[in-house]
Design a binder for this molecule. Structure first.
Ligand code: ZN
Length: 190
């Protein structure tokens, strides 16, 4: 971030950019809420629970799905938000050209090599995704798929070497809540 930019303005610029890029997308949950709610939630978890004040990390949280899920490029992020924001977003971006199973394994393999900021964004993202599964099953997801997702999210967090205690505690809490919710769904099915 350039020194003359007010941090709040910097954050709002990233938010406006992400809202525009995700404007036609919805979340997978039953409520199909606007996609932008998710990056806002991730940044909120980082600030409120993680105590993160680093504005580049908060901007990266707001932008974290723009390369993966929209036409945004790394170069575009760098020109607008600087090289550090770009590299933080790239740290948490999957290569969508790879098959899903490979991408999932790569998240576990890459976890120990991530920066502290990238790891914080990754933890907050997993907290939000797991909490969403607890709230409502993504459309079309079987019980099995929901449980596999929870186990995988735990594996990614466990593989990380950077520590963020408050975020890890919150992750453990939402996993517990989500697992109980999925269990209840399974019982209601039989
Ligand atoms: Zn995300």
């Amino acid at each position: 971030m350039t020194q003359q930019t007010n941090p709040l303005t910097a954050l709002l610029q990233a938010l406006r950019f992400a809202a525009d890029k995700h404007r036609d997308q919805r979340r997978k949950g039953a409520a199909a809420s606007p996609y932008i709610n998710h990056p806002i939630e991730v940044a909120t978890v980082l600030a409120e629970i993680g105590g993160i004040k680093d504005i580049d990390v908060l901007r990266a949280a707001v932008l974290h799905d723009t390369i993966e899920d929209t036409d945004t490029t790394g170069a575009e992020l760098e020109s607008l938000f600087g090289a550090r924001v770009r590299s933080l977003v790239e740290e948490v971006t999957d290569d969508k050209k790879l098959p899903k199973a490979v991408r999932k394994q790569l998240q576990i393999d890459h976890a120990p090599h991530m920066t502290s900021g990238g790891t914080a964004v990754k933890f907050a993202d997993k907290i939000c995704n797991v909490a969403d599964i607890g709230d409502s099953a993504p459309k079309g997801w079987t019980i099995e798929r929901q449980l596999v997702y929870l186990d995988w999210a735990i594996a990614v967090v466990d593989a990380s070497t950077e520590r963020h205690e408050a975020l890890e505690r919150e992750f453990a809490r939402v996993v517990k809540v989500a697992r109980a919710a999925v269990q209840k769904r399974a019982e209601e099915q039989d």
